[in-house]
Design a protein around this ligand. Structure first.
Ligand code: CTP
Length: 404
């Protein structure tokens, strides 16, 4: 059966452009079902979209009198993508706060598919801090926006707030949909970000990890259909998927506890987190005062989570990272052996354009079977794709020759 796109249409003059969006998806053999807000239904007859899609248009939450089906839940099950174009400030505000008082906003809460929103409104409304805050909130939950452009607005004013071009909206929609099912049924645990080890209530040790690589891996895994659990150190990144589990931790010990708690249910574990190797031997209850000239702190080793996972590996696929500043390939191969990994991904963190915090990466990958290669510099999402292609290869080989 063809995949179904749910197109939400709210009351902006630009809603006529939604017809082009319907057509563009139909051309690519998607089914399109339209939900209109009651106000959109006052601007234009739902019959227009009914004629275009060949289906009834959802507008009234209580229109369907049948007891067997609840329309918004039924529809949510079929949806591969929920695209709202145009989205008014009112709709965005309702989504951000969980108000569900008509079909469209109720559907938003019921849907678990990717969501793409294309706002359209007057510049003052668009730039209002409340609207921006609502959008940021939605973004932090993995919802994508196709930002409006600048130009003539419905009232004749010039400014930001014009609905993006239909082709741009369709492109983002297709990107949100661009996932495969190659990892469906696989449970993947990804760790990401740094850890923080407290010295006293004010100070802590941490490292330069931004979490971007781990988050990109989690996003890629989810887009391939995997059931993803992300254990994340403190980062400022939006949750990269919907429907998975995110466990936020702060210290190496908390990360260790979370990983061991969740590892039994994982088929694949990727340790992308930059876990502290040392923590202060004791955390002072009160702030350390600058009494003497120098201060000596004793640091003690944390558990090497990855090495421990390697010791209890069983049939699980284990992928480790290596952050190196010298002898990259040799150090990476040594980690592969020492930690009993299936794959190691090493990067040179001394390079400013690919190291910590950067959006791109260039990695050296080594597999247990001897294969190794160096990638070009590419985005962290692209690196994730390379890594998962290799993981899928490992899964395939394991199927053909399972471990004794
Ligand atoms: N790692 C871990 N637990 C730790 C430290 C690191 O699980 N306490 C994992 C990281 O998530 C990463 C891998 O080990 O996947 C490699 O970490 P890295 O810092 O590169 O090297 P180490 O193994 O700690 O060795 P060294 O510091 O000697 O380079």
């Amino acid at each position: 059966m063809n995949e179904t796109i749910i197109l939400g249409v709210s009351s902006s003059i630009s809603l006529y452009k939604a017809c082009e969006i319907v057509r563009a998806f139909q051309k690519r053999e998607f089914q399109v079902r339209v939900i209109m807000t009651p106000n959109a239904g006052k601007l234009i007859s739902p019959r227009l979209f009914q004629a275009l899609t060949g289906h009834e248009v959802f507008l009234d939450l209580f229109a369907d009198s049948s007891v067997e089906r609840i329309a918004h839940i039924d529809l949510a099950r079929q949806a591969s993508l929920f695209l709202v174009a145009p989205a008014t400030a009112n709709v965005i505000g309702k989504f951000a706060s969980g108000v569900a008082d008509e079909f469209l906003s109720t559907f938003f809460l019921a849907a678990s598919c990717p969501v793409v929103i294309a706002p359209a409104m007057h510049e003052n409304m668009y730039l209002h801090p409340q609207t921006q805050e609502n959008m940021a909130r939605l973004r932090s939950r993995g919802i994508r926006f196709v930002l409006p452009g600048k130009g003539q607005l419905a009232c004749g004013d010039e400014g930001w707030g014009r609905l993006a071009q239909p082709e741009a909206i369709v492109a983002v929609g297709l990107e949100a949909l661009s996932r495969s099912t190659s990892l469906t049924g696989k449970r993947i645990l990804v760790t990401a970000g740094p850890t923080r080890e407290s010295v006293d209530p004010v100070r802590y040790f941490t490292n330069r990890s931004s979490g971007k690589m781990g988050y990109a891996l989690a996003e890629e895994a989810a887009s391939r259909g995997a059931e993803v659990t992300l254990v994340s150190g403190p980062v400022s990144l939006p949750v990269p998927f919907r429907g998975g589990l995110v466990r936020n931790v702060e210290t190496a010990a908390e990360m260790e506890a979370a990983v061991f708690d969740l590892s039994a249910k994982a088929d694949i574990i990727i340790m992308a987190a930059a876990v502290a190797d040392f923590r202060p031997a004791r955390t002072e209850a009160n702030k350390i005062k600058k009494a003497g000239a120098d201060l000596e702190l004793t640091l003690t080793r944390t558990t090497d989570i990855l090495a421990e996972l390697g010791r209890r590996k069983s049939s699980r696929i284990l992928v480790g990272f290596a952050a190196e500043t010298e002898a990259l390939e040799d150090n990476a191969r040594a980690k592969l052996q020492d930690k009993n990994l299936d794959m190691v991904v090493a990067n040179d963190v001394s390079q400013p354009d690919t190291g910590f915090g950067s959006d791109s990466n260039r990695v050296f990958v080594a597999l247990r079977d001897g294969k190794s290669f160096q990638t070009e510099k590419m985005s962290k999402r692209e690196v994730s794709s390379v890594i998962f292609n290799e993981i899928e290869g490992i899964i395939e080989r394991k199927k053909n020759s399972p471990d004794p």
